[in-house]
Design a protein around this ligand. Structure first.
Ligand code: UDP
Ligand code: MG
Length: 320
């Protein structure tokens, strides 16, 4: 199955690695990744996407590339975020089986052997499932639990648990994803949405090799909200129902008030009930506007039709 020589041969396996300020990790990563890939005995390529790093990530990647003909480096023009960097990698890889993984060695490259074996059995997607959430505090775990619960109930795609971007995908799956035009790239959701037959392998997620996580709580919250709103219209529709219920209750309340006024006359107290209902409805309206605004913003982003990412330069091996 492996092709050698001749025209630009497409390798059997592509490994995609988005890198943002991972200078320290690059040598450690390749020190472990390359032996693991060579041990597979198949033709492979490594596609590193430099996501606008501000450290020496690119230099270190190019240095490794000088002695490593399997490494291709996609240099983005700025930081586009992990999801877009991953999309860039998916666009540029050529393998028949494609594995995205993180640069910090939290995804053990040794697990690829098992994934490849499953793929050969005919599975189009092979998830790598974490055996336990390591390096995560209680609050993060609760947050993840809550997110999955909400996502499951609001959206019609089901996200597999404890499964991140580390997985193997058949060329067919990658082509399907590449053909999806949407700008908003919640990859976990997109991976799940395209479907296909899947198997899974278990892996142990270690600690980050060097450096710190590139995601803080605010970024994570934004990410979770993006994921929800790009895979569910529920937050947009629910207000109609709530509005209908409240209007119905309000209607009966108005009838009661009118009858009371007709029978007992106007009583001045009542200030609180007015204030409460005005504030409550005002708050709800603002919230609804905010949510509609969020979807509108998303539509705006899609309508602009800007490219997902911009490649400054594609560094192919042997170009110097
Ligand atoms: N990453 C990226 N662009 C970003 C943020 C992260 O390409 O804007 C990459 C990062 O270099 C790493 C992967 O995404 O290879 C996962 O990031 P990280 O380890 O910080 O996330 P965590 O493991 O904490 O979820
Ligand atoms: Mg990490």
């Amino acid at each position: 199955m492996s092709t050698d020589g001749g025209e630009p041969a497409s390798p059997l396996l592509s490994v995609i690695i988005p890198c943002f300020n991972e200078g320290e990790n690059v040598p450690i990563l390749f020190g472990r990744l390359l032996p693991a890939l060579r041990a597979l005995g198949v033709s492979f390529e490594v596609v590193c996407v430099n996501d606008g790093s501000r450290d020496d990530t690119l230099e270190r990647l190019l240095e490794i590339q000088r002695g490593e003909p399997t490494l291709r480096v996609v240099d983005l023009s700025r930081n586009f975020g992990k999801e877009k960097a991953l999309s860039a990698g998916l666009f540029h890889c050529r393998g028949r089986a494609v594995v995205p993984m993180d640069a910090d060695l939290q995804h053990p490259p040794e697990a690829i052997a098992e994934m490849l074996a499953k793929w050969r059995e005919g599975w189009e997607v092979v998830f790598a499932r974490r055996d336990a959430r390591t390096g995560q505090g209680l609050s993060e775990r609760l947050f993840a639990k809550g997110f999955y619960w909400v996502f499951d109930h609001l959206s019609d795609v089901r996200l597999p648990r404890e499964v991140g971007d580390f997985r193997l995908m058949d060329r067919r799956v990658v082509d399907t994803i590449n053909a999806m035009p949407e700008r908003s790239r919640f990859m976990k959701g997109i991976f799940a949405w395209v479907g296909y037959r899947h198997a899974e392998v278990i892996y142990h997620q270690g600690e980050r090799a060097a450096g710190t996580s590139k995601f803080n709580s605010i970024k994570l919250l934004r990410f979770a909200f993006d994921g929800l709103t790009s895979f569910s219209n529920f937050p947009l529709r629910v207000w109609g129902v709530i509005g209908a219920v409240i209007s119905t209750l309000a209607f009966f309340y108005i009838v009661v008030r009118i009858i009371r006024t007709l029978i007992w006359g106007i009583d001045v107290p009542g200030y609180e009930s007015i204030l409460v209902s005005v504030l409550f409805l005002g708050g709800m309206q603002l919230l609804t506007l905010g949510i509609i605004g969020d979807y509108l913003g998303r539509v705006f982003d899609e309508v602009k039709g800007r490219p997902l990412f911009i490649v400054r330069r594609l560094h192919e091996p042997g170009e110097g």
